[in-house]
Design a protein around this ligand. Structure first.
Ligand SMILES: C[S@@+](CC[C@H](N)C(=O)[O-])C[C@H]1O[C@@H](n2cnc3c(N)ncnc32)[C@H](O)[C@@H]1O
Length: 279
């Protein structure tokens, strides 16, 4: 990320979520605040999304990863969960619209410059902050999650759900494992949902082309992709850390879960969404 500047990819992800509400009527993931927090009009958001047909794939992936995370989170809340951490929150609106927000303590962790910008966006859009929301500014590459959360009043004795969407590719591998290790070591159980990408050399020629174009674009924005994971190695690493339950969705599993009945043949490699739990 460019020094002192908010994340440009956070803005892009928020625009995809808003476009999903307009172009697919929030079919996969409904977010009534998506357009409001963006502060733009529906027409320009839709026009921009339709400029390039390849944006649809990313828009749907972002909708799916958020839906998958929030479904798992809702199930955990029904079972009594009270503490949530949104890692690398960007313009994520969960804290401001969740039906459970009054029963939860929600920590939003993000790069300080992005978080400051989000707070201005929330104020400009007159979106009320729930009383139990805590902002925890943190740079994953310079500070551990343990340090950042401890100074924000996080209770390590409470079972906790972490969402970490659209962030892992932008971090170095050691910092990804450090955060996963912290989560796995919480003594009363934790779950985490994150997305990750398989290495570029494992992709089909078409996906490789799309990857290279997108990767060049985010690098130009000063937010290069730094880490990729082979699914089996990642899952073994998570088991080694002590996670006991892993649910991993690659492109075919995503298609069959969220587009049932459509015969879509997809390669195993690409963007994945994963839930790991130690309960
Ligand atoms: C692509 S955005 C995703 C935002 C949000 N989770 C979403 O799905 O819309 C990446 C996020 O990771 C955060 N991020 C990237 N590098 C970071 C770092 N080193 N420390 C803290 N946050 C970081 C950015 O500030 C940004 O909010």
């Amino acid at each position: 990320m460019e020094f002192g500047q908010p994340s440009r990819t956070a803005l892009a992800a928020a625009a995809h979520r808003a476009a999903h509400q307009i172009l697919e009527q929030g079919h996969i993931f409904a977010d009534p605040l998506a357009l409001r927090i963006l502060g733009r009009d529906a027409e320009s958001v839709a026009r921009e999304a339709l400029e390039d047909a390849s944006r649809r794939r990313m828009r749907i992936f972002i909708a799916v990863r958020t839906r998958f995370a929030e479904d798992a989170l809702a199930a955990a809340v029904e079972r009594g969960l009270r503490q949530v951490v949104v890692l690398g929150a960007g313009l994520d609106t969960y804290a401001y619209r969740s039906p459970f927000r009054d029963r939860l303590t929600i920590f939003e962790v993000d790069h300080p410059a992005t978080q400051e910008w989000k707070r201005r966006r929330l104020a400009d859009a007159a979106i009320p902050l729930p009383s139990s929301l805590v902002f925890a500014p943190l740079d994953f590459e310079r500070q551990t999650l343990a340090e950042g959360l401890a100074s924000a009043g996080f209770d390590p004795a409470l079972q906790t759900f972490f969402t970490w969407l659209g962030v892992v590719p932008y971090l170095t591998e050691p910092s990804v494992w450090s955060t996963l290790g912290f989560i796995a070591n919480l003594r009363n159980g934790a779950q985490v949902v994150f997305d990750y990408a398989n290495p570029p050399d494992s992709l089909s020629p078409q996906s490789r082309l799309e990857h290279d174009t997108r990767s060049a674009r985010v690098a130009e924005l000063g937010e290069a992709w730094l880490s990729y994971f082979e699914t089996s190695k990642l899952c073994h690493g998570l088991l080694d850390l002590g996670f006991t339950e892993i649910e991993d969705l690659g492109p075919p599993q995503i298609a069959s879960r969220y587009f049932p009945g459509r015969a879509i043949s997809l390669p195993d490699t690409g963007g994945h969404i994963l839930r790991a739990a130690k309960l």
